[in-house]
Design a protein around this ligand. Sequence first.
Ligand code: C2E
Ligand code: CA
Ligand code: CA
Ligand code: CA
Length: 279
Amino acid sequence: NTATGMMSLIFIVIVMNTDLTVRRSLEIDMRKAIQDGDFQLHYQPQIGEEGQIVGAEALIRWRHPRTGNIPPADFIPLAEETGLIVPIGNWVLRAACAQLALWETQPETRHLTMSVNVSASQFRQPDFVQSVTEIVRLSGITPSRLKLELTESMFVDNVESTTAKMNALKAIGIVWSLDDFGTGYSSLSVLHRFPLGQIKIDKAFVRDMLTNSSNMVVTEAIIALAANLNLQVIAEGVETVAQLNRLREAGCLAYQGYLFSPPVDIEAFTKLLAPEAAS
Ligand code: C2E
Ligand code: CA
Ligand code: CA
Ligand code: CA
C-alpha cells in the first residue's frame, strides 16, 4: 500500500543521504590527510630468481586520526572520482622517489627498483608527463629504477595520447609495468602495441593456478608470451611454496606475495634487506 511505499522511499532517501554524508566527510578528510601527514607508504618486496630482494612496490596507507587505518580500496576510488587522486598520486610519487634516492646512496641498496601505482584519472591529466618528469628530476633518482604500474583499463580510450605519454616517459628511462594482467577486457595486442617493459600476472591467476587447470594454462601462456616479447614478468599474490615452484617451472623468475612478505613500513622493509644487521 501507499503508506509502506512511502516508508520505504523515505528509508531509501535516508540511506542514500547517509552514504553521501559519509563520502563527503571522507573527501574532506582526504584533503586534510596530505597536509597532516596521515598518508604513509608501505613497501612490498619483489623477489628475484635467487630469492633476493630486487625491488619494492610502494602501496599507500592512510592512518585516519579518528577511524584508524583505511585500506586503499576504500578511498582510492573516491579519490579518483573527486580528482583528489592527482595531489595524492603526486605525493606518492614524490615519497617513493625520495626513498629510492636514499637507496641509491648506499651500496647495499643501490640496485633496488621502485614500483609505483598510477591511477587512470591521474594518467589522463594533460600535465601528467610534465609532473612526473619534474618529480623525478627533483628527486635525483636514476629513472630506469622507477617502474610505473598501469592497468589495462587505461588502454581502452585514446590509443594515440596514451602511447605518446608512455613514450615520453619511457624516453627518460622510466619503465612501464602492466598491473593485474589478465583480468581486464583488452586483447593481447596491448602487449606489443604499448611501450611496456613489464607485466604483472594478477593474483587471481596465481591463487587458482594449482586448482584450476585453465588458469594454469593461461598463466603459462602469459609467461611464454612475455618472454617472446622481451617483457619482464612478475607474479603477484604468491602465497605458497607450491605456487612459487610451479611459476618457476613455467619460467617466471620474479615474484611478489605474502610468501615473502606483506607490504611493510620502511623500518620493517630495511630489516628484510639486512636481517642479520637488524637482529
Ligand atoms: P595492486 O596494485 O594490485 O596491489 C597489490 C595488492 O595486493 C596490495 O593491496 C597488496 O597488499 C596485496 N597483496 C600483496 N601480496 C598479496 C598476497 O600474497 N595475497 C593477497 N591476497 N594479496 C596480496 P593493497 O595495498 O590493499 O592495495 C590495493 C589496491 O589499491 C592496489 O592493488 C592498487 O590498485 C591500489 N593502490 C594502493 N596504493 C596505491 C597508490 O599509491 N596509488 C594508486 N593509484 N593506487 C594504489
Ligand atoms: Ca600494483
Ligand atoms: Ca596488482
Ligand atoms: Ca589493482
